[in-house]
Design a protein around this ligand. Structure first.
Ligand code: SF4
Length: 460
């Protein structure tokens, strides 16, 4: 990581998607209907069981008790915890409908509760949700069962309750330990509280603990962020996700409460990233890819070394490619050759379920070209390498002819030291690995036809 200089970061700081899917979610269309989604579910049910991909479930719980000003998530701010109960009833109905179309008792190897704030639900509500999921799906032993935790909403007893419900991974939203920064983003959570919770989570025996950090927040300076990084090294979570804050107040209303004058400038942001990479390396973390770091013995780092890394809407994973069922308002799914997304407002979501319909409002039936490019992009994002032959055999194309234009663009990246090309394939270099999304973007047909890249968050 030390070879990543501020000069390189400045040079290759281009806007681009994160490729948790290809095509990316902003390409979904309203012409994709709930009927098409049901068809995809039933095709999976009726197809040969041996060919069915394992299942991954994502459950979105949109409620948060207070607003973080940097937020770009789909959430509902409320102090009314009684709103959870009706939402849980709708979630249960959505789960039942899925089981009806998919068949009961399908094996699930990955579950993630995200939000919003999943721990806005009480322990009893979380238990009820897990009960409904277990009634209709079979959560297999050894799966990844994770939940996002807002440190302000849990204590030692609640962590214990989460373990008893079967969660084996926790992800703590920390963002920054600096009190001034926490105040500026309206998310005050003392470092001592986070340290105590992580210690308790370890004692309980959670397999993996992730901490999210964000650089580029208001009132941050390279020096203040150095202190946060030092505290993070002391905390020593198994995984660290380090995100860049993208200030898009015209798109995300909460961000209008952030004063532009408080934001660090571009040069300081690059300095923070460069120093973060160095600090994480010094603390013993391995760069997994795209914003993610892990201790060398964490399952993600091991999978990376063994070339077994996968990527889906839940980020990097050690689980093989799954069909993803998205549950809850705004959740995204990927079943067979289709992507789909639920209604983004609670009203629309509930109306559809009241009519006995799955609440899908948009999606995409992926084409052969999409599948081919997805395979190329995921190989680059996960393995940092691609063999022409494997793509040619799986997709019946001649790689060099099909991607002639893309290979010209990659030749330029080769001169810049980001990739090496040879007769057999493409290899992302150690340096290129830090800019891998820029390499992947070369194969994105939608971007090729679309100059409006400014919509995406920045690469760093
Ligand atoms: S950042 Fe997370 S906790 Fe904060 S308002 Fe957004 S969804 Fe809620």
């Amino acid at each position: 990581m030390s070879a990543i200089t501020t000069d390189l970061l400045t040079r290759f700081d281009v806007p681009g998607p994160r490729y948790t899917s290809y095509p990316t979610a902003d390409r979904f269309v309203e012409a994709f209907t709930a009927e098409q989604y049901v068809q995809a579910l039933e095709q999976r049910r009726d197809g040969p069981a041996a060919l069915a991909r394992p299942l991954s479930l994502y459950v979105h719980i949109p409620f948060c008790q207070s607003l973080c000003y940097y937020c770009a998530c789909n959430k509902i701010i409320t102090r009314h915890h009684e709103r959870s109960a009706p939402y849980l009833r709708y979630l249960s109905r959505e789960i039942e409908l899925h089981a009806r179309h998919l068949g009961e008792g399908q094996a699930v190897s990955q579950l993630h509760l995200g939000g919003g704030t999943p721990t806005f639900f009480s322990d009893a509500e979380l238990a009820e949700l897990m009960g409904v999921l277990r009634r209709h799906f079979s959560l297999v032993p050894g799966g990844e069962y994770s939940i996002e935790v807002d440190p302000r909403t849990v204590n030692a007893e609640r962590l214990q309750a989460l373990a008893q419900l079967g969660f084996n991974r926790l992800s703590f939203g920390v963002q920054d330990f600096d009190p001034q920064v926490q105040k500026a983003v309206h998310r005050v959570q003392p470092a001592e509280q986070v340290f105590a919770l992580v210690e308790e989570a370890r004692r309980i025996g959670f397999e993996s603990i992730n901490v999210d950090l964000i650089y580029g927040l208001p009132r941050q300076t390279p020096e203040s962020f150095d202190r946060t990084l030092a505290q993070m090294a002391q905390l020593r979570p198994d995984r660290v996700a380090l995100y860049a804050y993208a200030h898009l107040p015209e798109r995300f209303k909460p961000q209008r409460r952030i004063l532009s004058a408080d934001l660090p400038g571009a040069a300081n942001k690059v300095t923070m990233l460069a120093r973060s990479l160095a600090a994480l390396k010094d603390a013993g973390y391995v760069y997994v890819g795209m914003d993610h770091f892990a201790l060398p013995d964490d399952a993600l780092a091991v999978a990376k070394r063994q070339g077994r890394l996968h990527r889906n809407f839940q980020g990097y994973s050690t689980q093989p490619d799954c069909d993803l069922i998205g549950l809850g308002v705004s959740a995204i799914g990927n079943v067979g050759a289709s992507y789909s997304q639920n209604a983004k407002t609670l009203q629309e979501y509930e109306d559809a379920l009241d009519q006995g319909q799955l609440p899908i409002v948009r999606g995409l039936a992926v084409t052969r070209d999409d599948l081919l490019r997805r395979a190329v992009i995921m190989a680059l994002m996960c393995q940092g390498a691609l063999s022409y032959e494997s793509i040619e055999l799986a997709h019946l194309i001649d790689f060099k002819t099909y991607f002639a234009k893309e290979l010209v663009a990659l030749a330029v990246m080769q001169e810049q030291g980001l990739v090496t090309l040879n007769d057999a394939g493409i290899q992302v270099t150690d340096t290129g690995w830090f800019f891998v999304r820029g390499v992947a973007m070369v194969f994105d047909k939608y971007l090729q036809a679309d100059q409006a890249r400014a919509r995406f968050s920045k690469i760093i």
